[in-house]
Ligand binder design. Structure first.
Ligand SMILES: [Mn+2]
Length: 343
């Protein structure tokens, strides 16, 4: 956990900016950490980061376009030195707040204000909530934390206010799959898998949402979110069912691959890991040019590091029990061989 001094420094950095740009990881923890800061500050632009695993220099032009006077990077493990150098050259300060294991060099981190909760690893949303400590954002902070499978201490307070939405007695992983807060996580995750225009509208809508019930209400401003959620949730449930029907109970490793228009490997992998906590889960989304894998299991990070070091062109990383990786299409057989799939 960050100390009060560090939290104050983060707040100072934000207070000194007039027009910050927030570059946040394209998931619920990234989104909620941005929203919590943006709602408290009432200024700044937010852009989800699509590049993986690094934040690349393609985002420099966003800083230029918005005329930003500060850059805040949220929930991203790696940042390219090209990005940092280009922004430094513009004289714009960078603050990088994260909770992952990072391979980036100390030299790179010394060029920015770097704050991380690694190795304890409280999510970026948790840090964001500490900065302004607004009670009205606690429910949003809980969504971000549960999205990263972390049970924050303030879960109890949210439960008190919304007893039908959350159960602080169960694990974060259980809450992700069995509570309404968990459903909000998928709702926002799926809502972010949409066109740029729809994502911008969703993010803007979230600036002023008062309670989780606003999200459930059917109105013109939530229509697209609900539409997207039900479309993608249908695909999600179909793929989970398909994966379950092909599972060999005797195998320690479950490898499931699928293709289509939307990558939701992370959600599918989370569900399978929930159902099979003793197995290693590998869910792969196959695209023509590369394969995106979500890996879950007790040794997920070790396995991912092994794959990255042994197969050329593979990139990836993440947390102890949950990682992501990209695999070049021509390394698929090699990949399957390494992860021990007998199929
Ligand atoms: Mn995160």
């Amino acid at each position: 956990m960050l100390g009060s001094k560090e939290i104050l420094k983060i707040r100072d950095f934000l207070d000194q900016s007039q027009n910050p740009i927030f570059l946040f990881d394209n998931d619920v923890d990234g989104l909620c950490s941005f929203l919590i800061l943006r709602r408290a500050m009432d200024r700044g632009r937010g852009v989800p980061i699509k590049s993986f695993p690094k934040l690349t220099d393609q985002y420099v032009r966003k800083v230029e376009e918005f005329g930003s006077d500060a850059v805040v990077i949220l929930d991203k493990a790696e940042v390219s030195s090209e990005f940092v150098d280009a922004v430094n050259e513009m004289g714009v300060p960078i603050m990088w707040v994260d909770h992952h294991k990072s391979e980036s060099s100390e030299k790179l981190k010394s060029k920015v204000e770097f704050y991380s909760t690694y190795p304890e690893g409280e999510p970026t949303t948790y840090i964001a909530q500490q900065v302004f400590g607004r009670d009205e954002d606690l429910w949003l902070a809980l969504i971000g934390c549960i999205g990263d499978v972390y049970s924050p201490i303030f879960g109890k307070r949210v439960e008190k206010e919304y007893p039908e939405l959350f159960n602080s007695e169960v694990s974060a992983f259980e809450a992700l799959h069995s509570t309404e807060i968990g459903k909000f996580v998928r709702m926002l995750n799926f809502g972010m898998m949409d066109t740029t225009t729809n994502v911008i509208n969703l993010v803007k809508y979230m600036f002023n949402v008062k309670s989780p019930y606003d999200l459930l209400e059917e109105n013109p401003r939530t229509r697209q979110l609900h539409k997207r959620y039900s479309e993608l949730n249908e695909i999600y449930e179909k793929q989970v069912k398909k994966a379950l029907s092909s599972i060999d109970e005797k195998e320690d490793v479950i490898l499931f691959s699928y293709s289509g228009h939307v990558s939701m490997s992370s959600e599918i992998a989370n569900k399978l890991y929930y159902l099979y906590p003793d197995k290693t889960i590998i869910v792969c989304f196959k695209k023509p040019e590369k394969i995106n894998a979500s890996i879950r299991g007790k040794g997920a990070l070790t396995l991912t590091q092994k794959i990255v070091s042994e197969i050329e062109g593979v990139m990836g990383g993440g947390h102890e029990e949950a990682t992501g990786a990209t695999i070049p299409v021509d390394k698929w057989e090699e990949f399957k061989g390494l992860v021990g799939d007998k199929a």
